[in-house]
Every structure is written in structure tokens, then in C-alpha cells.
Design a protein around this ligand. Structure first.
Ligand SMILES: CC(C)(COP(=O)(O)OP(=O)(O)OC[C@H]1O[C@@H](n2cnc3c(N)ncnc32)[C@H](O)[C@@H]1OP(=O)(O)O)[C@@H](O)C(=O)NCCC(=O)NCCS
Length: 174
């Protein structure tokens, strides 16, 4: 897959370049650490490496040098993708990285055969909901009381991947 690059000039006032690339196992430690902070969960690098090596995993990270500052991942099964995680390091937020991660992830899911992409998000997570809505995701249901600590409903969202991100010809996989 093509590596995507964001000019850091667009993101923060510096000469730095943020690389947005497909994750490999070398990203596991940084991605696990980012998820541990953003989602307050015990995420081991070994578990992340195993997830990243799965053929059904689509994962993108944003790097400032060697530091993982953003991560987005999905599982792709047949023509459906399910987004698992989207996270941007706190000091790097509101600079377009989340949007770039999502766009790159959608492109990768499309290359892997997905034509529909699904996710669930806390109803109180206004930042993530605004990001997804700005990218064309639409709510199609609610799972009441789905989340704990703190308790919250899950909003179910989905998006049809456009023809330029979905595989043009899926028939060879049948
Ligand atoms: C949600 C998250 C990934 C967004 O990342 P980001 O890099 O800050 O997002 P972007 O800068 O690309 O923002 C893109 C758009 O999303 C929306 N958005 C992002 N953060 C927002 C906020 N705090 N409030 C309102 N809208 C927000 C805006 O529409 C924004 O476009 P704009 O800046 O032109 O107004 C980030 O806040 C994060 O990591 N949160 C913690 C983890 C999390 O909740 N993940 C989602 C789990 S479902």
C-alpha cells in the first residue's frame, strides 16, 4: 500500500513531518502504548503485534520520527470492515491526523475487499462522533448501556466505501 505523508506545516508550526503509514510489527509497542493511554486498557505490545500480523487486520499509524502519535485499525472479513480503534496522542489532536488516519484506513480496507465499514462509538464521545460524521458515517442504531466505566450507550455507525476506495473487482476472491 502507498505510504501517505502529511506535511507537518499543515499540522503544527514546525518543520517536522508526520508520516502516515501502514502499521507493521515495528509499530506494535508504540500503538499499544497509545491505546493504553487513550482507552485506559491494559494493552501489551505482544498482543498488539499478534493483532497486527493477522491477515484480516488493516492498521495505519501516524509517526513523528519513530514515535507513534496516531493509530487506527480495523478487521476486514469478506466485504465488511469493523473499526477497532482510532486514537491520536493528546498533544497532536485537532491537527487533521485523525481524519488522515481514517481516510488511509478506509483506503486500505477497500484494497482488502471491504465495501462497507462499521464502527461503534460512545454516545458521549463528541470528538469521535464529529470526526466520523465529517467523514460521512451515518448512525444506524444504538446499543443501550453497552459501555461501562463510565456507563454509556454505543452509537452504531456505518459508511459505504466509495468506488475509489473499494476494490473495483471483488470477484477474484470468491
Ligand atoms: C477522536 C480523535 C481520534 C480525533 O483525532 P484528531 O486528530 O484530533 O482529529 P482531527 O484533527 O483529524 O479532526 C477531524 C474532525 O473531527 C472533529 N473533531 C475532532 N476533535 C474534535 C473535538 N474535540 N470536538 C469537536 N469536533 C472534533 C472535527 O470535525 C474535526 O474537523 P475540524 O478540525 O476541521 O473542525 C481523538 O480525539 C482521540 O484520539 N480521542 C481519544 C480516543 C477516542 O475517543 N477514539 C475514538 C474511539 S471510537
Amino acid at each position: 500500500m502507498t505510504n501517505y505523508f502529511i506535511s507537518m506545516d499543515k499540522i503544527i508550526n514546525s518543520e517536522r513531518i508526520i508520516k502516515v503509514v501502514r502499521c507493521d510489527e515495528s509499530c506494535a509497542e508504540g500503538a499499544a502504548a497509545l491505546c493504553a493511554v487513550c482507552f485506559n486498557r491494559d494493552e501489551s505490545a505482544a498482543h498488539m503485534a499478534s493483532f497486527l500480523s493477522n491477515k484480516q487486520t488493516a492498521a495505519i499509524c501516524a509517526k513523528d520520527g519513530d514515535t507513534v502519535v496516531g493509530y487506527a485499525a480495523a478487521s476486514v472479513i469478506a466485504d465488511e470492515a469493523e473499526i477497532m480503534d482510532v486514537a491520536v496522542s493528546e498533544n497532536y489532536r485537532r491537527r487533521g491526523i485523525g481524519r488522515e488516519l481514517m481516510s488511509s484506513l478506509e483506503a486500505l480496507c477497500g484494497e482488502m475487499g471491504a465495501s462497507q465499514i462499521y464502527l461503534e462509538v460512545r454516545s458521549q464521545n463528541s470528538a469521535a462522533r464529529a470526526l466520523y460524521e465529517s467523514l460521512g458515517y451515518v448512525a444506524y442504531g444504538t446499543r443501550h448501556g453497552y459501555y461501562k466505566n463510565p456507563a454509556d450507550d454505543a452509537v452504531l455507525m456505518k459508511k459505504n466505501l466509495s468506488s475509489d476506495t473499494a476494490l473495483a473487482d471483488n470477484s477474484s476472491s470468491c
